[in-house]
Design a protein around this ligand. Structure first.
Ligand code: CA
Length: 318
């Protein structure tokens, strides 16, 4: 139906290419076998800034824990301060990793962090490598986010606006904490913001360099201290016309610079950690299948990526 005129032929070819690719992805997702996501070590999912494990029936990693469990994985969803420094969130996660190990009897865990969750899981792997089998960053601002830089630069130190914004964010953190039945962790929006700036992330990387690429946009070391490091991310912003959160991401995306590939909040180059697994047609929220599963229907589904990754960990004996 697309190929009516010669002028439309190029566009048409591209459309059909996308349809065929979507069909291939759907078929590939449907032929996975029982035990496809069964890993030796439990998987622990770690949310980003302003995140939570679950509020009511809504997962932060929307539908992903169940999708992984359906294939045999043991999945735990961690919850730490919505807003706090990477180190503080990391200490909170470390305690939860120890709990998972105590509950399951496993020796280690596979950590997967989205967004600020990347710094959080990297911290645990750096300070307690004996407890970690793998670290995976999804849309992780490992070298900082230009959006965080913009906010930090424009809400000047000591200004009333910065104080108000911090208070609102901290209050939001408490509300999230209440509705997700989170333990009463301290919320510190400014500490969280500073952790995600380019300077804050550079300071964090100097202390915890494991898996960080030494080049501006290459891969990092695939294995450090016996731990495998992986990452993937997105490079589109407007992916689903029904998702109301695409537009805000579209507004901030240009902060990364002209022609700089990004997912709205994080550039592709900043997301790199360990072995890069791919760049997909996803924005920062699509990466965790939000909002409520509204993602690019012509691209690989985020749940499929998590399932494929669990299978990859299985193949690696993890
Ligand atoms: Ca979306």
């Amino acid at each position: 139906m697309f190929c009516i005129t010669r002028m439309a032929a190029a566009h048409c070819g591209k459309q059909w290419q996308r349809v065929v690719l979507a069909a291939v992805f759907a078929i590939a997702a449907s032929v996975t076998h029982a035990g496809y996501t069964t890993t030796k070590y439990p998987i622990v999912l770690m949310h980003g800034m302003s995140g939570f494990d679950r509020i009511g029936a809504i997962d932060y990693f929307y539908g992903i824990p169940q999708s992984l469990r359906d294939g045999g994985a043991r999945v735990f969803v961690a919850e730490v301060s919505a807003f706090n420094s990477s180190e503080e969130r990391g200490e909170q996660l470390l305690q939860q990793v120890k709990n998972v190990i105590a509950i399951t009897g496993a020796q280690k865990v596979n950590l997967i962090g989205h967004s600020h969750g990347s710094h959080t899981v990297r911290y645990v792997a750096a300070v307690a490598p004996q407890l970690v089998a793998s670290v995976t960053a999804v849309g992780g601002p490992n070298k900082g986010s230009k959006v965080a830089d913009f906010v930090n630069d424009n809400l000047r130190e000591g200004s009333w606006l910065r104080g108000v914004a911090a208070s609102v964010a901290n209050a939001l953190g408490q509300v999230i904490s209440f509705f997700s039945s989170k333990p009463g962790y301290e919320e510190n929006a400014i500490a969280g913001l500073l952790s995600l700036t380019s300077a804050g992330s550079a300071a964090f990387n100097a202390k915890f360099p494991q898996g960080i690429p030494t080049t501006s946009c290459g891969d990092g070391a695939n294995v450090v201290n016996g731990i495998r490091y992986y990452s993937w991310t997105g490079d589109r912003v407007l992916t689903n016309i029904f998702d109301p959160l695409d537009a805000p991401l579209g507004i901030v995306a240009p902060l990364h610079g002209l022609f700089v590939q990004n997912d709205g909040l994080v550039s592709v180059c900043s997301s790199k950690l360990g072995r890069s697994l791919g760049v997909y047609s996803q924005n920062h929220l699509d990466e965790v299948n939000q909002t409520l599963g509204l993602v690019d229907i012509f691209s690989v589904n985020p749940k499929t990526l998590f399932r494929q990754h669990a299978n990859r960990l299985q193949s690696a004996g993890l």
